[in-house]
Structures are given as C-alpha cells and as structure tokens.
Design a protein around this ligand. Structure first.
Ligand SMILES: NC(=O)c1ccc[n+]([C@@H]2O[C@H](COP(=O)([O-])OP(=O)(O)OC[C@H]3O[C@@H](n4cnc5c(N)ncnc54)[C@H](OP(=O)(O)O)[C@@H]3O)[C@@H](O)[C@H]2O)c1
Length: 298
C-alpha cells in the first residue's frame, strides 16, 4: 500500500488555500490547512514548533501580506509575512528534506518588458509588496531547486475572499458608471487553475525552481472589468448594463506603483505539467458560475 504523505497549506483563509481545499489534495496525500491564527509564519519559534509537530513532507505557502498599497506604509509587517515567513518555512524544509512550493507574484517585475516575462528575466520590483515577495523568493531559492519551487502568479481571483472580480461586480451593480485603469496590461488568473497546477506538481512529485503561471491571453484591468460585466449580465448577477470607461494610470493615483505590463510566459509550466491551455475568459466563467451559485444559495 502506498504511504500517505502530508502536505501543509499555510494561510488557510487565502483565496488560493480555499481553492486547494475545494478541489482536494491528490490521493496518497493528507492535507492540513492552517490559518494565520494557527500558524503565523512570521513567528520563527512558533513556526518551527508547529512544523516539528506536523512534520509535513511538503509545504504549500499561500500565506502572504497581499495589500499592495498598504504595504507602502507598513513595510515591516509586509516583510514579516512575505520575507521572514518564507525564510522560516525554507529553513525548516532545508533541515528535513521537505519540499516547499512557494507562491509569488508578477509584481517582482517593473513592467518594462515588451514580451511576456520568462522565469529567468531580471526582476526589479516597483514597490514594497513586490520587494518583500522577491526577498521571500530569495530565501526559498537557497534550497536545492527540486526542494524549493517558486510559482509566480498574477491578478489572482476566485469566488472566495476579496478580489477584483468581486469588487467589480459590486461596483457594476451599485454605480451609474465605472472607470477602470486601461493602460496596465497583464493576465488574470483563477485561483482554481493555480490550485490545479500545485496539486499536479504534488501528485507527480515533480517541478524544480521557478515557474510562471497565468490563465493565458492578455488584457487590461479595463478589459477585465468589461468581461466581468458581460459575463455577470449573462449569469444574472447584474441587472443593468452601465458605461465602463478606461482610465489612465496617471488619473488613478495609488500608494504603490504597479507594473504597466506583467503578462508572464507560462510555457515551462504548460510543457512540464501538461495542464490545459485555456484562456482567461474561460477561467473567469467558472468563477462567475460559482459566485452565481453562492448568490442563489443566500
Ligand atoms: N491576490 C493576487 O492578485 C495575487 C497575485 C499574484 C500572486 N499572489 C500571491 O498568491 C498567494 C495567495 O494569494 P491570495 O490572493 O490567495 O491571498 P489572500 O486571499 O490575500 O490571503 C492571504 C492570507 O495570508 C494570510 N497571512 C498573512 N500573513 C500571514 C502570516 N504571517 N502567517 C500566516 N498567514 C498569513 C492572511 O491572513 P489574514 O486574513 O489573517 O490577514 C490571508 O488569509 C500569495 O502568495 C500572494 O502573494 C496573489
């Protein structure tokens, strides 16, 4: 009989952890999900004690400080979760031959590229959030590549937690008109597709080093909002169509600067893990359906 292995998922309340839980760990794996209250990865002593007790074979780190603008005024808290937290997990894995699948972000790039970012491209974060996530990556990269996997994703959303899709559905239902940034290009990523890739890495016991993942294609936040509106109307989540217009980044000042272009080249992940190619619009329709189901159950 195959031995059961243990995977520990940090940040159990994150969008990604909830999607991992919903689809369920691959067979032969027992999954333990710990929220910040149960495991604060920024607390070095406590993290070691909890990990010693659970003794996971693999850790999937979804825990992160993800408030990009607040990170600018709270850099110490941001670093505590995103850099110290990653270092605490990596240190424990290094000593135990355990694997760490660490989730990171497109915000490690400055957005000046003219083509999708490849995993080896030079990083140059524009703000505290991206810098803290890069510092976390550097800690994970100290592990041998087969032990420390870094998985960068972009523009994550789901039916869980707070994200652009849910915020937009709210604004599109309440307001007479909505203006959305049209000159930042990237690719939305359903947390479900990212969860699928992570479980595949686990079930195949494969993957080494750095991967990029997003859902395929590219758009702007404005294009994303228009598609959310289109699908929201079709699913009955929105009653009336209101005007949506594009805004320039310069007309929408935020505390943190964001990359103007952050499409990522996911070729390596597609090749090695044989995941369906799909397209971001198709992935969005799955989440819109899930939100419609949640609304119907209210
Ligand atoms: N959201 C995006 O657009 C995006 C894009 C690219 C990459 N990512 C990355 O993808 C991963 C998952 O993102 P997500 O959007 O699913 O996350 P999320 O919904 O924002 O949740 C993050 C979770 O991490 C927890 N957390 C923060 N600091 C912690 C600590 N020190 N110890 C334990 N838990 C802690 C938070 O707990 P509390 O709720 O208690 O604060 C929260 O539940 C993150 O690594 C993120 O950087 C996200």
């Amino acid at each position: 009989m195959a031995m059961t292995r243990t995977v520990l998922v940090t940040g159990a309340a994150s969008q990604l952890a909830q999607c991992l839980k919903l689809s369920g760990a691959p067979s032969a794996w027992r999954a333990v999900y710990l929220s910040r209250g149960e495991l604060d990865i920024g607390d070095s002593a406590r993290t070691k004690a909890v990990l010693d007790e659970i003794a996971p074979d693999c850790i999937v780190n979804t825990a992160a400080w993800t408030a990009v603008d607040r990170a600018e005024s709270e850099p110490a808290q941001t670093r505590r979760s995103n850099a110290t937290g990653a270092a605490n997990l990596a240190r424990w894995c290094g000593g135990r031959k355990a694997r760490l699948i660490h989730v990171s972000t497109d915000f490690v790039f400055d957005g000046k590229s003219a083509r999708p970012y490849a995993p080896g491209d030079a990083t140059a974060p524009l703000g505290e959030y991206g810098a803290s996530k890069l510092a976390g990556e550097e800690e994970v990269a100290k592990l041998p590549p087969a032990q420390g996997v870094i998985l960068r994703a972009s523009w994550l959303y789901s039916e869980f937690g707070q994200n652009f899709v849910k915020t937009m559905l709210g604004l599109l239902a309440e307001r007479g008109e909505v203006a959305v940034v049209g000159d930042q290009l990237g690719c939305p990523t359903s947390a479900h597709s990212l969860a699928g890739l992570i479980w595949r890495m686990l079930s195949r016991q494969a993957g080494a080093g750095l991967y990029h993942w997003n859902d395929g294609g590219e758009t702007s936040w404005f294009g994303f909002a228009r598609e959310i509106q289109r699908q929201g109307l079709a699913a009955g989540l929105l009653r009336k169509e209101i005007p949506v217009r594009p805004l320039a980044t310069t007309d929408y000042p935020t505390a943190a600067r964001r990359p103007a272009y952050s499409v990522m080249d996911r070729g390596r992940a597609l090749r090695e893990f044989d995941v369906p190619e799909g397209d971001w619009r198709e992935a969005l329709s799955g989440v819109i359906r899930a939100i419609a189901k949640q609304e119907a159950a209210r």
